[in-house]
Design a protein around this ligand. Structure first.
Ligand code: CAA
Length: 272
């Protein structure tokens, strides 16, 4: 989601330092940003000049130390606590003392991540939704120690990005994934138990409930590995077996069927 977040920040006039581990990941992210800016120009949402200026505000780097000039960091790494914890320790070391450290986590505790830093009052959740340039919502999540000043700054930044911030408390999965992931998981159970095909489950939600995509198409879009990771965070954090990931979902991830990004999930996708 990092490319989408960089896209909306640059589009809103912010200077963006886009950091990733490898040049190849950066090249892929920048190609996606350029494709999506071009899509917005084609739809007359941006002029070519605005798109060029937005692209010009993004500086890609594989050098972490380049983040030293940032006033806000928005981390969007893999949904694993250990990975995010290491990044937060590094951000705390590198960024100026008054900088805000935000995480785009979809389920991990903000309060716990904040303990990895010496500035827990400046740590906050800023949860975006895919496709980031299109979806209106940012869930803004306070950790137990997040200050009012940090909350106000991130609330205002979300609005500057053209989003609608919604305040949510720090509990596993927040609101979005606390409700969405069990829905997806139950849809997988319906397929596993032979209640209906994946296509039929999706049709029920598209035609019966006016969802823009059915839950299994959405699971492929999010990534089946991400769905399993989030279900495990819910199971750990909320302590109920009802949040255990469906065995079929786990088997598909074990097989490398991760959804759209791997070319196969509940459906098949051409790899670009
Ligand atoms: N960048 C910029 N614009 C994009 C875009 C992108 N990546 N993808 C689509 N768009 C734009 C299109 O240009 C189009 O704009 P107009 O309305 O101005 O024409 C609009 O979005 C709709 O796109 P399409 O017509 O191509 O396709 P669609 O109507 O099928 O919509 C969709 C695509 C927006 C993805 C829609 O299917 C949808 O809303 N799906 C549900 C998405 C959703 O639930 N996201 C949340 C996932 S959960 C998550 O992200 C967080 C988590 O923690 C797991």
């Amino acid at each position: 989601m990092g490319n989408g977040i960089a896209h909306v920040c640059a589009r809103a006039g912010c200077e963006v330092v886009l950091y990733d581990l490898e040049q190849g990941f950066l090249d892929r992210g920048l190609a996606t940003i350029e494709k999506n800016l071009a899509r917005e120009v084609a739809k007359n949402k941006l002029t070519q000049q605005q798109a060029d200026e937005a692209r010009g505000r993004i500086t890609p780097t594989v050098d972490r130390e380049a983040l030293a000039r940032c006033g806000v960091a928005i981390e969007a790494a893999t949904e694993r606590f250990a990975v995010k914890a290491e990044i937060f320790r590094e951000l705390d070391r590198i960024l100026p003392g008054d900088a805000i450290l935000a995480t785009n986590t979809s389920s991990i505790s903000i309060t716990k991540l904040a303990t990895q830093t010496k500035r827990p009052e400046q740590v906050i959740g800023m949860h975006f939704f895919n496709p980031v340039p299109v979806m209106q919502l940012v869930e803004v999540i306070r950790g137990l120690q997040t200050s009012q000043a940090t909350f106000d700054a991130v609330h205002a930044l979300s609005k500057q990005l053209g989003k609608t911030p919604v305040e949510v408390n720090d509990a596993a999965g927040f609101v979005s994934n606390r409700v969405l992931m069990p829905l997806i998981n139950e849809a997988v159970y319906a397929v596993m138990e032979g209640v209906a095909t994946a296509e039929a489950v999706d049709q029920v939600f598209v035609l019966g409930m006016a969802h823009p995509m059915g839950p299994l198409t959405l699971a492929d879009f999010i990534g089946l590995d991400v769905c399993v990771d989030i279900m495990r965070v819910l199971a750990d954090g909320l302590g109920s077996p009802k949040y255990n990931p469906c065995p079929l979902l786990v088997r598909m991830v074990d097989a490398g069927w991760l959804g759209r990004k791997s070319g196969r999930g509940f459906y098949r996708y051409p790899l670009q």
